[in-house]
Design a protein around this ligand. Structure first.
Ligand SMILES: [Cu+2]
Length: 411
């Protein structure tokens, strides 16, 4: 399977330049061949076209560049000014060859570290690498993701309350941008991001103590738009287990909702560019679980009789998730990832930059679809399948069609 990385953005740039050349050529042609009146009309049209062109690109930012404003100024905490249209696109296209193309951008939801089995605190060392890559959002559509360890979300990290954690953040030599990490489980300036601003090719470290149990987002928080780094895929979850640990379950999964803001429409083919105006407008083209469309499918499997736990995060950057599993009721929800546990919940709110734990028993086999119950987002990719095998339980769920076909069968 080859990744479709055709840079349609390049066509956009060429078309724009060609359009301008035509306008200029038309102007000079008319100047030398037509009468005065026509020349004035053409001049006016040309000026109008240029103005329309500026209006079209004003406020848009293209592939991969964290600056957001062409003709405006951020009102955020970090100062940066306007830049010329298309420059960031050209910069990206110039450097496209340096980005690794990853076959699987979506982190496997079944890869969860084993529960912690110790009764004392330890010093844990975590290595994260910020890598800018090209990965597949959906069939035929690729995007310049910024990642921790080349997948989205970054790895699920599991520690115990009271542990001391040393984070070594390396930024790959191939990166175009400074990256960082803010652990919501950390107490201190920037959740670590203040210290861990790492330019390409460098490594920085920070040691912090896990003071409170829970499930926490970590994400890149680099200056020049923290939101843009999140919207390129730089986030993950860290679980800080309570002293007594969590209850024993049969299967644990790791799911993080995120958003992608791309130029053009949902489902456009080829290498699609980042659209910062769409991000500022909070209008994602993709809302996805684990980095890409259908990332969970075929990788979340359980059996009837299992108790399942899902660590659910929501990276945002804009939308609140109404997390729901179609055909199931959560027996336990660790509300917002904290110590309050609610029971018998259909959908639970996961705020942007928040997380939760849901637990449920499986009584009936079949496919269970995980969604953000803002259901229009399903069409943007916000769904995934938990496949459950095992014996039917007709006391709990019985299809009348199944009944008649069973009667017909020789069995
Ligand atoms: Cu970053």
């Amino acid at each position: 399977m080859g990744l479709n990385t055709f840079p349609y953005e390049l066509l956009r740039i060429l078309a724009t330049l060609f359009f301008l050349v035509i306008v200029v050529y038309g102007y000079f042609y008319v100047k030398h061949h037509k009468k005065e009146r026509t020349r004035i009309i053409v001049t006016e049209v040309a000026i109008l076209v240029v103005l329309l062109w500026i209006a079209f690109f004003a406020g848009k930012v293209t592939t991969g560049h964290p600056s957001l404003f062409y003709f405006g100024h951020t009102q955020g905490p970090f100062e940066y000014g306007p830049e010329l249209p298309l420059l960031s696109s050209i910069d990206f296209l110039k450097n496209m060859g340096r980005f690794e193309k990853v076959e699987e951008i979506g982190y496997d939801p079944s890869l969860v570290p084993a529960p912690i089995d110790r009764d004392h605190s330890e010093h844990i060392s975590i290595d994260l690498e910020a890598v800018e890559v090209i990965g597949e959002v959906t069939d035929g559509t690729t995007f310049n993701y910024w990642t921790f360890n080349k997948q989205v979300p970054g790895p699920l990290i599991r520690v115990r309350v009271g542990d001391t954690v040393t984070v070594n953040l390396k930024n790959a030599m191939s990166s175009l941008h400074t990256h960082s990490v803010d652990f919501h489980a950390t107490t201190g300036p920037g959740g670590g991001a203040k210290v861990l601003q790492v330019p390409p090719g460098e490594t920085k470290s920070l040691t912090w103590k896990a003071l409170a149990p829970g499930v926490y987002i970590y994400h890149c928080a680099s200056k020049h738009s923290v939101g843009a780094h999140n919207a390129h895929g730089q986030y993950g979850l860290i679980v800080v287990e309570p002293e007594e640990g969590y209850s024993k379950v049969d299967k644990e999964f790791y799911v993080v909702q995120g958003e992608l803001y791309t130029r053009g429409n949902t489902g456009d083919r080829g290498l699609v560019a980042f659209d910062s105006q769409a991000m500022l407008d909070e209008r994602p083209n993709y809302v996805i679980f684990n980095g890409r469309v259908k990332s969970l499918n075929g990788r979340m499997k359980a059996s009837v009789g299992d108790t399942v736990r899902i660590f659910v995060g929501n990276a945002g950057v804009a939308k609140i998730s109404s997390f729901h599993v179609i055909g199931e009721i959560f027996d336990n929800v660790h509300h917002e990832g904290g110590t309050l546990i609610n029971h018998n919940v259909q959908s639970t709110v996961v705020p942007a930059g928040g997380a939760t734990i849901v637990e449920f028993d499986l009584e009936v086999p079949g496919d269970y679809i995980l969604v953000d119950h803002s259901l229009a987002r399903m069409d943007k990719g916000a769904w995934g399948v938990l496949s459950v095998d095992g014996e039917e339980n007709h006391e709990i769920f019985k299809s009348h069609e199944a009944e008649s076909s069973e009667t017909d069968s020789p069995h």
